[in-house]
Design a protein around this ligand. Sequence first.
Ligand code: NAD
Ligand code: WQD
Length: 342
Amino acid sequence: MNKKSVLVSGGAGYIGSHTAVELIAAGYDVVIADNLSNSDMSGVEGVRAITGVDVPFVNVDCCDREAFAELFAKYDFDSVIHFAAFKAVGESVADPMKYYHNNLLSFINIVELMLASGKHNIVFSSSATVYGEADELPVTEATERKPATSAYGNTKQMCEDILRDSVAAYPQLKGIALRYFNPIGAHPSALIGELPRGVPQNLVPYITQTAAGVRECLSIFGDDYPTPDGSCLRDYIDIVDLAKAHVAAIDRMVEDKNKERYEIFNVGTGRAVSVFELVNTFERVNNLKLNYKVAPRRAGDVVAVWADTTLANNELGWHAERSLDETLKSAWEWEKRVRNIK
Ligand code: NAD
Ligand code: WQD
C-alpha cells in the first residue's frame, strides 16, 4: 500500500483542488475523483498547471458503488480525503433527500471500500456548522454540537459519527474530521479558486462578483446583531492555509503520530471578523469601492462563531499564516481572471 499516495474525492472543487496542490508540494501522489456535479475540469487543469504534474483524474460518482470500486482496485493509495458532497445549506432544507443521498452514500461507500481493500486513513471535510449557535466562544473541539438546523448540517454530523464509530470498530482505520470555519480566497497563482454556480450564497464570492459588476449590490444581512458593529462575526480561513491543514492531517496518520485513532480539529484563524470589517478590508486592499446596502437578517444565520485553534496548532503543528489582506487580494485576483478584467 503506497503510504505517499492519496485519493482526493471532490478534488475538482474549490477546497479539493487547493488541497491537491499542497499534497503534491509535500511529496504525495494524488488521484482526483469527481463527478463534476458542482465543478468543471478547470480545477483539475489548474492543479496540473500549478504543480507541473499530470494528476490522474477519474470522472466517477462516489455514490456509484461499482464504478467507485473499480477506482479503488486500479490505484494504489492508502489515504482518502473526502470532499465530495453537496454544500448549499438552503437547498438542503428545500430538498433534504438530495443531500442525505449524496453526502451519506458517498461517504458510506468510501468507508466500506477502504475496509474491503485494506486502506487506512480517512480525512473527512466537516464544518463549523456542527456547532450551531454555540454556548461558548471561541468554540473548541469539545464544545457541544447543536442539533443541526439543515439537512446539510445534519449530514456533516452524521458523517462525523459514521467515522467515529467505524474507527472504533475496525482496527485498520484511522480518521480525522476537520471542522472548517469559513474558507475564502484563492491560490496566489489565480489559476484555481472558488467557482460558484448561479447566484453566490457565500459572502466573499458575492463581494467579488459585485466588484466585477456581475452583481449589482451586496446585501449585508443585518446590522442589529449584538456584536460590536451589529453585523455577524465569523472566522474566515484562507484556502491555502486550509489546504495545508489537510496535508498535516494526512502526515499525522501516515507517520503514526496521531494520539487517538479518531480525532477532530478546528481549522480556522482564531480571529472573529465582522461582515463590515471584511467588506472594508476588501475595499482597502484592492483599492476599490463596493456597492453595498444593509438588508434584513438572513434566516438561519448564527450571530457569531469562531475557532479556538489551540488543538490544531499544538497537535497538527499547523497555523493559519496568510493575512486577511492577502486572502482578500487573492479572491479579487481570481475573480478578475475569471471575468477577464485587467
Ligand atoms: P465544491 O462543491 O467546490 O467541491 C465539492 C466537489 O465534490 C465538487 O467538485 C463536486 O463536483 C464533487 N462532488 C459532489 N458530489 C459528488 C459525488 N457524489 N461524486 C463525486 N464527486 C462529487 O465544495 P467545496 O467548497 O470545495 O467543499 C468541499 C467539502 O468541504 C464539502 O464536503 C463541503 O461540505 C465541505 N465544507 C465546505 C465549506 C465551504 O464553505 N466551502 C465549509 C465547510 C465544509
Ligand atoms: C458569512 C456572513 C452572512 C452573504 C456557510 C455555511 C456553513 C459553511 C460555510 C459549509 C454571514 C453574511 C453573506 C451575503 C451577507 N459551509 N452575508 N451577505 O453562513 O457563515 O456559513 O458557509 O459547511 O455551513 O452555513 O457563510 O459566507 O454565507 O456568510 O451579509 O450576500 O456573511 O449573513 O454573517 P456562513 P456565508
